[in-house]
Design a protein around this ligand. Structure first.
Ligand code: NZQ
Ligand code: ZN
Length: 393
């Protein structure tokens, strides 16, 4: 196990009707003027919008609204939000929605105190400072894990660039998590979210760091819990117990608890951000396409087989073939593909409407024109990436 620092100060307020406490909690945390940020129509249809407005009014908290966050959230709205915060003297951001809404607030939160264009922070050109407008959220979609993570991902729609930045100060002050709020998720969003949760677990799990048994076991628990409960909620969307399990997994897969003390990979996220930058597909759908293909590619790399086989045995109950562990590894991939198909997610780029025209550009972007490799568990060259993209096609 490697040495590490870990600090996660987000207060988790979990359970039925917890959203009704948002006004009092914001006040307790020192808010005096709030910007209520949300996406499209889902919170109005579910009635959550009205409950939030009432909770803020009951707490006597003045607030302004910023609707219109879209999936793969845009920097243009972040800029608009920053201007609004400055104009209205906002001292707390309240995100109500999924990862895109929370990420928009996180980017705004640091952008308010930065004199230049916020894209300097998002693109990593300038490091975020110590000052930020605090963020809280009411989570409606277990997926990105942004409710406790220290990072955010934003797209520049004019250049098709999707990238992110982070800071230890970026974790939300508190996150309200009521699994009932996820009953309205369409099956496709539910499945995309669960795939993203599994991807966050797997980006950390596939590592060559030795002696990380505790975090391995926690990660395996997260993966098996999501696999089991995804099937339950696809059958019965209002199963509270199953929705609660998935919601908790989503947070703990991405708050970096399971990343402590080990090298992490993140190749699949890098690749997915490239693809969704160009094609605007759901993040979880992109990961459903890339992860099994990535594993299949790694079946050809001897040093990767033992961990792929361990994953197949412990997560997918595959039988260990000691004479041929590659066969065991391939069984795990087959079972992962089975779940993805059953959940209605795409397994190939063509199923997601993505062609081959950007393959070269994607490989260039990920390796800086072939000058470096990408990934930790296995270091992909530019040619490797092109081979993998063909396998995903
Ligand atoms: O806009 P509305 O109408 O609210 O609809 C949303 C949206 O269309 C809908 N939705 C959310 N909750 C719902 C609901 N529909 C019905 N009932 C509900 N309860 O779901 C759609 C997708 O929402 P979005 O926020 O985009 O999804 P998600 O939470 O998966 O977030 C994805 C974004 O997070 C980034 C991704 O790259 C992507 O941009 N990520 C952020 C990370 C982080 N900050 O730590 C890490 C992740 O790996 C990821 O990269
Ligand atoms: Zn993700």
């Amino acid at each position: 196990m490697n040495g590490f620092e870990f600090q996660c100060g987000t207060k988790m307020i979990f359970g039925k009707e917890t959203e009704l406490r948002v006004g009092e909690e914001l006040k307790k945390q020192g808010a005096t003027r709030v910007l209520f940020v949300y996406g499209g129509s889902s919170i109005k249809k579910s009635g959550l919008y009205g409950k939030v407005v009432k909770a803020l009014q009951d707490a006597g908290l003045p607030f302004d609204e910023l609707p219109g966050v879209v999936p793969n959230p845009r920097v243009s709205l972040v800029r608009k939000g920053i201007a609004l915060c400055r104009e209205k003297g906002i001292d707390f951001l309240l995100a109500v929605g999924g990862g895109s809404v929370i990420d928009t607030c996180k980017a705004m939160s640091f952008g308010v105190y930065y004199d230049g264009d916020v894209w300097d922070l998002i693109s990593g050109k300038v490091k975020p400072g110590d000052r930020r407008v605090p963020v809280a959220d009411i989570l409606t979609l277990p997926a990105a894990g942004s409710e406790e993570s220290d990072s955010c991902v934003i797209s520049d729609e004019t250049t098709h660039t999707k990238t992110g930045f982070g800071s230890p100060l970026m974790r939300p002050v508190f996150s309200i998590m009521n699994p009932e709020l996820t009953y309205t998720l369409p099956p496709y969003q539910t499945a995309c979210g669960s795939m993203d949760i599994m991807a966050h677990a797997m980006e950390r799990y596939f590592s060559h760091t030795q002696n990380v048994e505790m975090t391995d076991r926690v990660t395996e628990a997260i993966l098996t819990t999501v696999i089991h409960n995804l099937s339950v909620v696809l059958e019965k969307p209002d199963d509270y117990a199953a929705r609660a399990e998935i919601m908790l997994c989503g947070t703990w897969a991405q708050n970096d608890m399971t990343g402590c003390g080990r090298a992490q990979d993140w190749f699949n996220h890098g690749l997915e951000h490239q693809i969704s930058g160009f094609y605007d597909i759901a993040h979880g759908a992109g990961l459903a396409i890339s992860f099994p293909a990535w594993m299949e590619f790694l079946c050809g790399k001897e040093e990767c087989i033992p961990r792929l086989a361990q994953y197949a045995v412990r997560v997918w109950n595959a039988e260990m073939n000691f004479d041929n562990p590659e066969e065991t590894a391939r069984e795990g991939i087959k079972r992962l593909r089975g779940l993805i198909k059953e959940a209605g997610l795409p397994l190939t780029l063509s199923e997601a409407g993505v062609g081959k025209e950007k393959f070269e550009e994607i490989a260039d972007n990920m390796t800086n024109g072939g000058s470096h490799t990408c990934g930790a568990f296995y270091a992909f060259t530019r040619d490797d990436i092109l081979t993998l993209l063909e396998m995903m096609a």
